[in-house]
Write a protein that binds this ligand. Structure first.
Ligand SMILES: CC(C)(COP(=O)(O)OP(=O)(O)OC[C@H]1O[C@@H](n2cnc3c(N)ncnc32)[C@H](O)[C@@H]1O)[C@@H](O)C(=O)NCCC(=O)NCCS
Ligand SMILES: Nc1ncnc2c1ncn2[C@@H]1O[C@H](COP(=O)(O)OP(=O)(O)OP(=O)(O)O)[C@@H](O)[C@H]1O
Length: 198
């Protein structure tokens, strides 16, 4: 099984790329943001420790975490973001390993893992290769404002906690430029897949 990590900064198009891969190839895909979200639900292994870190003020009326309230706190405060990461990352890492093993046993050809933090978390040592989904910053800002209503300040705060384009490029074997249409992006991926895994 080829184990491929898909990374890139906020709003570059990782989720769109995974959606395409899921449709087109015999693969299992895993979105680590989604997994972290599951583990932070009431009853999940990260719920109590995260609650202890932030207090009841980050709980919504439904008893689940209010992600916006947490984002507001952590993206302007590196120590607090670090404390959150220390709770979520080991749990996410363990669950990823379990799911990769299950996919391997089931005979899948590819496993795609999506995460913004693959390089920081040293997944280049764990995956067979990393891909970088790149898109021009102005394009990312426009898409995030339109689709998620993110403010300029929120986007800047998240970007300030992420790696520079140079570092992403240095660690990744394949760079897909998602600044244009999704069809253009799909063609770049098809072409790489043909040449790398014919
Ligand atoms: C801080 C939270 C509540 C913000 O939620 P929100 O829905 O507003 O934003 P979203 O999850 O879409 O993330 C926005 C952007 O920030 C990036 N990001 C998310 N968590 C982190 C982090 N811990 N460190 C750096 N960047 C991060 C995301 O990849 C994305 O690019 C949420 O991201 C979270 O619970 N993070 C902790 C879990 C985690 O570590 N996730 C990363 C994958 S392991
Ligand atoms: N090529 C494209 N053309 C038009 N819109 C796009 C394209 N690629 C992505 N988008 C849109 O841009 C937004 C951000 O893309 P996406 O959610 O895939 O980014 P992401 O990298 O997964 O973000 P995050 O880092 O927050 O997880 C989405 O609304 C998505 O539909």
């Amino acid at each position: 099984m080829h184990y491929i990590g898909v990374t890139g900064g906020v709003g570059c198009g990782k989720s769109e790329v995974l959606r395409f891969l899921e449709e087109e190839y015999d693969c299992e895909v895993l979105r680590s943001d989604e997994l972290a979200r599951e583990l932070m639900l009431p009853g999940g292994c990260c719920f109590e420790p995260v609650l202890a870190l932030f207090g009841e003020e980050v709980l919504g009326t439904d008893g689940q975490f209010d992600r916006q309230a947490i984002a507001k706190k952590v993206f302007g405060n590196p120590e607090l973001l670090d404390a959150l990461n220390q709770i979520t990352h080991p749990a996410v890492r363990e669950e990823i390993a379990r799911r990769v093993e299950a996919a391997r046993k089931s005979g899948r050809k590819f496993f795609f893992l999506e995460a913004a933090l693959l390089i920081e978390e040293k997944y280049d040592e764990i995956c067979n290769e990393l891909w970088y989904v790149y898109a021009e910053e102005s394009v990312r800002r426009k898409r995030l404002a339109q689709s998620r209503g993110y403010s300029e300040e929120k986007i800047s705060a998240v970007m300030a906690n992420q790696l520079s384009e140079d570092v992403f490029r240095k660690h990744c074997r394949f760079v897909v430029d998602n600044s244009g249409s999704m069809e253009n992006t799909r063609e770049q991926i098809r072409s790489y897949m043909r040449s790398a895994f014919h």
